[in-house]
Design a protein around this ligand. Sequence first.
Ligand code: MSP
Length: 495
Amino acid sequence: MSGHNNQISKIKYFTTPIFYTNDKPHLGHAHTCFLADFFSKTFKNFGYKVFFATGTDEHGQKIMNTAQNLGITPKQLVDENSQVFKNFMKDFNINYDYFIRTTDDNHKENVLKIWKQLEKNGYLYLGIYKGLYAEKDECFYSIEETKLNDDGQRIAISSNNTVEEMEEECYFFQLSAFKEQLLQFYANHDFTIPSYIKNELVGFVTNLKDLCVSRKIDWGIKIPNTDSTIYVWIDALANYLTIIGGIDNFNQEFWDNSIHIVGKDIVIFHGVYWPAILMALNMSPPKHLLVHGWWLCGNEKMSKSKKNVLDPYHVENKEYLRYYCLHSDLIGHDGNFQLSHMINIINNELIGKTFNLYSRVFALISKHYGLGASIQLTKFTDRKNIQELNNKCLIALEKYSPREYISVLIEYSNICNQYIDKEMIWKDLTLEHLNFLLPLMDQILRRSEGVLVETYYKIKSFYKLENSNSDNCTFTLIKLENFFTKMTLEEEILT
Ligand code: MSP
């Protein structure tokens, strides 16, 4: 894929959160993956060097208890479900460069090295944790972060998950020691995208307590010479270093350009705990935290326990789901999942404005010239639209805005559609029309690689455009097949 050569030195390291293996993927998981995969493919398309990683979070109380309830071992559960996530990635064209499992040996080694280093640097101490814990979130809560629900049960305000009283001897990480350093870091870096997420971090940090970082449960990474395991979130966060070589040997250029894509529910873990741990290891925090909101259903967060989740496999055309997620992007906001809205976007925008453009123009070419004819686009000198399209796409990409990126593609599809209508090219197709349309349509398609994956390759296979960068290019329509069907209202897609 051609890109701007002057961008070649630019580097990005994208990560998704690693997914809990107590269940199969739902729309929320798919959403994070679509975003990361879009950024990976599209930055690569612009000539960047990109590393994109994802994986599964396999330790902790939640996994242990789920396995117990199913009458299987935790290892059996995570082996099975980790494979389900891998299959999901394959089925949905999520082309990661690395898939991590927290039960991998190299990860366990890395976590233990991190632990030892924290100990050596004097940031771990033994104490008693007496407080509240939500198994579903694998999270400790203060009483102020909880409330009683209508049934008189105590729940976490942020997640609505039930919390239990807990008292345990454990190791603490001296998180409170990093208050000033964290505040300074937020003030001096363009850390969160969108930037206002910073306020939530600052608010949290003003009242910073030390963090319990070990548990007296079996399913986790054993702390040498104790009967405890490392708290699952410390284990999980360390994955971002394991992936690029581990604490002793990580790839510096990837780390310096790391972007963690996360949902808003896990911002404190990534925006407070993780940077503080890295500071305690004398390392720099990640470069950016890219935060998306939730898919809601009837104004409630989609989640398995509420039985209002969309199984991504229930949408017949996977690429339409990808397009709809990228189009909504949820960066900085929540979105209500509405099938009628999705159908509208797919039928009127993706099909109506882009797919129809290719099928109309190619059908006309087939009629006038036939398949296989070489068409010389001799008078092609106006590259203005193409340059503008590339520039606008790159601006949207550097703002990490899939929504804006897609709107640029649509804007240029519209320029072609308006040209077709104004010139009424179906009456008399001339070389001048094709000089205008084909190079621009080719460029729109090239820039759509990370948006439309299979359809991109499909449309590309219909034609050849030789010497596309010169003013003398040759276009050949090789074949033409139907490549889309309109979306219809299917019922019962929520499980
Ligand atoms: N295992 C932790 C992450 C550890 S990363 C070091 C975890 N896993 S998760 O499987 O529960 O969630 C993974 C991602 O899915 C999170 O970013 C979360 O925000 C996202 N989603 C889960 N439900 C969601 C919606 N309803 N909508 C959008 N995304 C949400 O957290």
